[in-house]
Design a protein around this ligand. Structure first.
Ligand code: SF4
Length: 217
């Protein structure tokens, strides 16, 4: 076989796609982040009646370039919850409003081979939007987020994604020093609300773009 690594990832992504579709998600596969952005702009958004758009914290979403393509787009009412010019209270208000948009874009902390989404939030606005509120949700998921089962996924979220996230956000938590979770009680703790999304309801409300490269934490 010429390209076993490519072959492995193609098979793995097709497996996860089939599992997610069985669970009523709409799924696309992209070769890389740039192609994922194109799928969102050319295939997903045009089929929806999008007047308002917002997003939740996701390095995968930012990495695709879609954040920069949408944030100043005058076609939409854009609720930019990443805008650092707002006070904490103003940001909370924006996050509440973002639950009522037509299209919410974010990532997931992990996806299992059975097609379940596993997430852990500090504030909870991202997992709230995935669960209910926005009419449509688009998730960008790099191949590094794929886990065998729920145990693997929860381990990945708590011992890989969360410590790297706290480092990225300059939080004052013990995992920044240790590199693994200490189940802290720090005021900066980012691990507060777990969600496991077993199936998508209504069918195809959540559109998943699986990306054949490592993206996000
Ligand atoms: S619970 Fe605390 S120590 Fe553990 S990963 Fe979350 S922030 Fe870090």
């Amino acid at each position: 076989m010429k390209n076993p690594i490519d072959n492995y990832w193609n098979l793995k992504l097709e497996l996860v796609k089939a599992s997610l579709e069985k669970n009523n998600f709409e799924v696309f596969i992209a070769e890389n982040g740039e192609k994922a952005k194109d799928i969102a702009l050319d295939k997903i958004i045009p089929q929806l009646n999008v007047k308002s758009v917002s997003w939740g914290g996701s390095m995968s979403f930012v990495s695709t370039g879609l954040f920069h393509a949408l944030k100043d787009d005058k076609k939409y009412e854009v609720i930019n919850t990443f805008d650092k010019n707002f006070t904490f209270e103003e940001q909370m208000e924006l996050r509440r409003k973002s639950l009522m948009v037509d299209l919410f874009i974010t990532g997931t902390n992990a996806v299992t081979e059975k097609g379940q989404l596993v997430n852990l939030d500090m504030i909870g606005n991202r997992v709230a939007a995935i669960t209910w509120g926005p009419k449509n949700v688009v998730l960008f998921i790099g191949r590094n987020k794929i886990c065998g089962d729920l145990d693997d996924a929860m381990f990945r979220v708590k011992d890989v994604a969360a410590p790297i996230n706290t480092m990225n956000l300059d939080k004052k938590t013990p995992c920044v020093e240790k590199g693994f979770c200490m189940d802290c009680s720090s005021p900066d703790r980012i691990c507060n609300t777990w969600t496991i999304t077993e199936k998508c309801f209504p069918k195809k409300r959540i559109k998943v773009v699986l990306i054949n490269e490592d993206l996000g934490f």
